[in-house]
Write a protein that binds this ligand. Sequence first.
Ligand code: DGJ
Length: 750
Amino acid sequence: MERSGIAMGIVYLEKERLFKLDTPHTTYIIGIVGEEGFLGHAYYGKTIKDAQGASALMRIYENPFTPDTNARDRLSFMDCFPTEYSGHGVGDYRESSIRVTTKGGYNAVSLAYVSHEIYKGKRKLPGLPATFGSEEEVTTLAIVCEDKAIGLTAVLEYSVFETVDAIARSARILNDSKEAVVLNKVMSGCLDMDNRDFEVITLHGSWARERHMERKQLGHGKFLVSSLRGEGGHQEHQFMALLDKHATQTTGDVYGFHLVYSGNFRMLAEVNQFDSVRVMGGIEPEGFRWLLKPGESFQSPEMIYAYSSQGLGGMSRTFHDLYRNHLIRSPYKDQKRPILINNWEATYFDFDEQKLLDIAKEASKLGIEMLVMDDGWFGNRFDDNRALGDWQVNEEKLKGGLKKLVDGVNVLGMKFGIWFEPEMVSPESKLYREHPDWAIAIPGRTPGLARNQYVLDISRKEVRDYILEMMFKVLHSANISYVKWDMNRPLSDLGSACLQAENQGELYHRYVLGMYEMQERLLAEFPDLLLENCSGGGARFDPGMLYYSPQIWCSDDTDAIERLQIQEGTALIYPLSAMGAHVSVCPNHTVGRNTPFETRGYVALAGTFGYELDITKLTDEDKAMVKLQTAMYHKFNDLVREGDYYRIASYRENHLYDCFQVVSKDKKRSLVFYVQVLNEANKKSRILKLQGLEEGLTYTVKELDMNVADSEDMVKDMQKAFSGELLMNAGLHFERMWGDFRAKVIVLEA
Ligand code: DGJ
């Protein structure tokens, strides 16, 4: 998408009582309606320079009119008015944005406009990850609404970005009354618009099969995806997009919604009797109950809206730019990350310091830059049945201690990284024996185990302090550059030994706040640390975690072909620079498939790039290829990390091949990734239309070749050059390759 749109900002058109929010290519219009100050939604879509008359889009001049002109039909009005933050129990029968229980036991709530403020920049959300930007980059509108009957105020905040077509929304609820109120539901954002026969895309999955795209027709009634696992989970994702029936990667209207939160969530679309669609996102209300005492406030997480008139690709690039520039804070976000080798698939729990040094020694010769020691280095962790919580080095395994090992790795010219699972405790551990009440549990009910572990109650400060202290001790004891923060089971049996009965419903959210606080403190203590989040693969691949770590482990499935779908779904919203991707051994440990080493390298190149195998056991031929691949990473990672992503073809859709492209911001360089998953007999070669290039530029075509002796010869000039116009309108030619699972990377240079 071009970035040359009109200047963005937020204006209040006083006469019409309209707020107009502009990003470079989109406009969002909110109206204040009637004497009561109903806050309505008028428009979200392509830029509208002159918003005059936009109030009509809320249909307030048609029957049933606003209640101040037609009190007898108030409910009809309430149930069809397009609202910015829906109430509950007073006539809007669609999904509510907020639900409360007052001291008297009443649930009704309805918020009306009181005042507003427009300011440069963006406030932090206390305790929560959120997008950010300077006063030059972001403008924010804060609308104060009130329910006078209860004495409850909601501050609805909308931030627009100078160079990105995204809007960030959140809600802060304040109790101005003299009595406590229970919040049963506080959603982050609500959007009402006409249903234009929309389809919906969500990301569905399972362990080792995360974020597969699913597209279907939206019908009447409610459609939702949610999590009750205490994390986003492998199963559903805190994302939803509504799109034109015929929208493609390059054409059509797409509305993407993403929640910056790592706990229970609900993303919902409801089509009602009048064919309006209401989209909503926020903390899952089931299992949520927050006591708000007089004077207290509750902050919702942030929900991102991204509208694209240029199909799914436009939406993807908006999310990528937003997250790269306004969400990821790590100093590594604009840097090449060290190429790592992780010992998990190489050894699982069966390793000692010598084995790790052997791996490091071989890896260092081939250009690998960091050894990551995964699960199994602490307590008596000889398998996954014990020792979580005992974060002391097992010197039976690491003879001579951690520092000796790290120094040994550093001497080889490599950095060192380490794995933790800080939120967990094994029943068979010193920690659990000493503090059984630190595990989340309900008195009188034995909590369920998963991978033989319990979840620590990190809503408690003393628990967080204790765990962090142990971690800091380990991290200060040696020269450690990287931490992999894992989480291998969902929450269940919610109960905290420290919360009063009336506060137990706060535990899910307090847990997430506790985890965020721990990561914040870890980074404050070690500002240069490269943090990678992980949750049994990719169950916590979410925008909230990106605020703390610039990369997240994408999936435990490292098979290159399985990864095509996982990485396609992930790249729909996340920049490639955030996707943890490694080359692993064959037959693959999850699916048993054999794929060429070259293909595995190319698929991992489209992420953070690293290895997850016993490099000492590779053939000389594969080792030679590792050397080329590490050189390849250094040549192309800048482009992969910083470029624009274009999806050309999807193996998920065609079941035969996959193709995507990264294009530098100045459009002078591009990498085209092509994977021929299955070969077919007697078929023509393929011609695929490329995207994102400059029509008038001439691009030379080069191809990566991994069958050379020296990395200098790796980029082969094909002695061909084509105009951007030809490559995008006619296409680039891909010859058939012999066999299945074959891949090619084309380099275009203008
Ligand atoms: C799950 C992670 O996804 C793996 O990479 C590995 O770290 C294991 N946990 C270790 O238990």
